[in-house]
Design a protein around this ligand. Structure first.
Ligand code: NA7
Length: 552
């Protein structure tokens, strides 16, 4: 911990992260409720995930008109150009909102939080940073994002490679010019799938190293018409409200029934229609795709057939066919021309399933004794998702307990919002919430609203310390695990399960009961006076109140 030599900067609330969540927290808590807030942000500007993930092809995979704040003024003013906006447009939007809400005056940029310790005497968090600055606040809110810490595998000899190595999640600000170069991409998750078609267009040669073939469906991205924008704008409140009742926090195609009840010819036709027009709607065609192996296999095989139709070389098509997990149990990727890219003469695919990367050399990558030579290497290897950002901060709660120890057997949380042993700490879209399975903007708005309401409740009640009880947390963790156990999700080695990071405990990190039910559960807690949280007054404040009482 780098202890500051100067007086701490004192606030009501310290927030870590200035992405979509941190910005909304400033607006809600500072502008609407009058709290003194301070946001600490590692980057040099706002944007979070969308600040860092500047790789070619990066775009959202929920429709932009809804992958955005529901603020009426802003949603009426902003025009989205495409169904799924690309990263530069999303970052422009974030900057537009940052100016409108004047958030930057509450943010310390280029500031990495190194530790946070709860002072039980005063009921405040003491937050240290990598700069000579300490911050104190009654409440600490982690708005650290689920996909913010890149997972960078360390291959032997990596340091000997003479060319540049870029991680998709830390892409250089000015972009990268691959013209005329021999380029390697390692990783075929969403980031690889989005960037590979564009890198292939620019590079002289592109070699894709694939460990697991991923299910991906066409995004069916296209420009939005003025008419479409108008209709959405006229109906925003009702559309947003309806979305909060859905499983994923977004209105989309509804299932046509379960595998057993639907005529396979009809189901196949519906899959065909959705493949061409609806992106993620493919996986929602049957309502039991994520719980029934036969239903899942039907949809999985449909996608494999598509791959074989699109990819001309049968051996490459075979390698691209996903067989390692049921469709939907890892995040379904949305692509623009991914499978078609493998028909290009400058693109080749190397499977590293059976023969993993042995090492990097000065000039490239060695697999199965063969050296592939490259000018540049792209790591599209994903993130230490959901818990990574918090576990990199030395967080100490009540009794000197560290968060890393508390989560050593998997992240535990009450409602995905609070952690037993860590009073006055809230996590936006935290583990145990459904956030990563939803349109995350809907989840962020819900959490910010819930936390703000709760802070107001605590303020009204004169409470200085709140903590999730061990029992409430245990019940919630059991509920999350129980829901997952009835699905096919645990069959995939996914980042939802923490499996992609070596040594991370294998625990399903998201609530599978659906966004609508989750909201209801959170509302019920609020409406019943926040059961599952223990409230107290700080030792000092209680003493002050007692003195006041005696003097009166
Ligand atoms: P993902 O989805 O975690 O994908 C990472 C990819 O990198 C995946 O294909 C991995 O293979 C591969 N990978 C990771 N480590 C290695 C090593 N050591 N060797 C070879 N290959 C490796 O991350 P993304 O950034 O693509 O997407 C994250 C989310 O962003 C996505 O879900 C959307 O929500 C947006 P594996 O499958 O583990 O075998």
């Amino acid at each position: 911990m780098s202890k500051s030599t100067t007086e701490p900067s004192r606030h009501d609330v310290v927030i870590i992260g200035a992405g979509f969540s941190g910005m909304l927290l400033i607006h809600r808590l500072r502008d609407e409720l009058g709290y003194d807030v301070k946001v600490l942000e590692r980057g040099e500007d706002v944007g979070g995930t969308w600040f860092w993930n500047r790789y070619p092809g990066a775009r959202c995979d929920f429709e932009s008109e809804f992958y955005s704040y529901s603020d009426e003024e802003i949603q009426q003013e902003w025009d989205w150009s495409e169904r799924y906006a690309a990263q530069p447009e999303i970052l422009d939007y974030i900057n537009f909102v940052a100016d409108r809400w004047d958030v930057r005056r509450s943010i310390e940029f280029d500031t990495t939080v190194t530790s946070a310790a709860f002072d039980e005497e005063r009921d405040v968090w003491i937050v240290e940073t990598d700069r000579d600055a300490t911050f104190e606040a009654r409440y600490l809110i982690a708005a650290t994002g689920n996909l913010s810490v890149p997972s960078e595998p360390s291959f032997p000899g990596m340091e000997t490679f003479t060319g540049p190595i870029h991680h998709t999640g830390r892409w250089p600000k000015g972009g990268v010019d691959f013209s005329g170069q021999r380029v390697a991409v390692i990783g075929t998750g969403s980031s690889g799938i989005q960037s590979i078609p564009l890198i292939a267009e620019q590079a002289a040669e592109l070699t894709v190293f694939q460990r697991t073939a991923t299910f991906t469906v066409p995004a069916a991205n296209r420009p939005l018409t003025e008419r479409e924008r108008q209709v959405t704008k006229q109906n925003y409140p009702v559309l947003r409200e309806a979305a909060t009742h859905t499983r994923a926090g977004i209105l989309g195609e509804q299932p046509i029934g379960s595998f057993a009840d639907v005529d396979p010819v009809l189901a196949r036709g519906e899959l065909e229609r959705r493949w061409r027009t609806t992106g993620l709607g493919v996986a929602a065609t049957l309502n039991d795709t994520l719980v029934s192996e036969v239903a899942n296999e039907f949809v999985s095989q449909f996608v494999r057939d598509k791959i074989n139709q699109i990819v001309k070389d049968p051996a490459t098509a075979k390698l691209l066919e996903p067989h390692d997990y049921p469709i939907g149990t890892k995040r379904l990727a949305l692509d623009t021309g991914y499978y078609e890219t493998f028909n290009r003469s400058n693109v080749s695919l190397v499977s590293i399933r059976e023969t993993p990367i042995e090492r990097f050399s000065r000039h490239g990558i060695v697999v199965d004794g063969h050296e592939h030579e490259f000018d540049a290497i792209v790591l599209a290897t994903g993130f230490d998702a959901v818990t990574g950002a918090l576990e990199r901060i030395d967080i100490t709660g009540r009794g000197g307990q560290s968060l890393t120890d508390a989560w050593s057997e998997g992240a535990r949380s009450y409602l995905g919002l609070a952690v037993h042993g860590f009073p006055n700490l809230f996590t936006v879209t935290g583990p145990g919430s459904p956030a990563v399975l939803t349109n995350v903007l809907a989840s962020i708005e819900h959490h910010v609203e819930w936390i703000s309401d709760y802070l107001e409740h605590l303020r009204r009640e004169g409470v200085s310390r709140t903590e999730a009880t061990a029992e409430a947390q245990a019940d919630w963790v059991a509920r999350v695990a129980e829901l997952a156990s009835h699905t096919l999700y645990p069959k995939a080695a996914s980042w939802y399960m923490g499996v992609n990071v070596p040594g991370k405990p294998r625990v399903f990190l998201a609530y599978l009961g659906g966004f609508g039910h989750y909201r209801t559960a959170c509302s019920e807690v609020a409406a019943s006076g926040y059961p599952g949280f223990a409230h107290a007054h700080s030792v000092r404040e209680s003493a002050a109140r007692e003195t006041e009482r005696v003097n009166a």
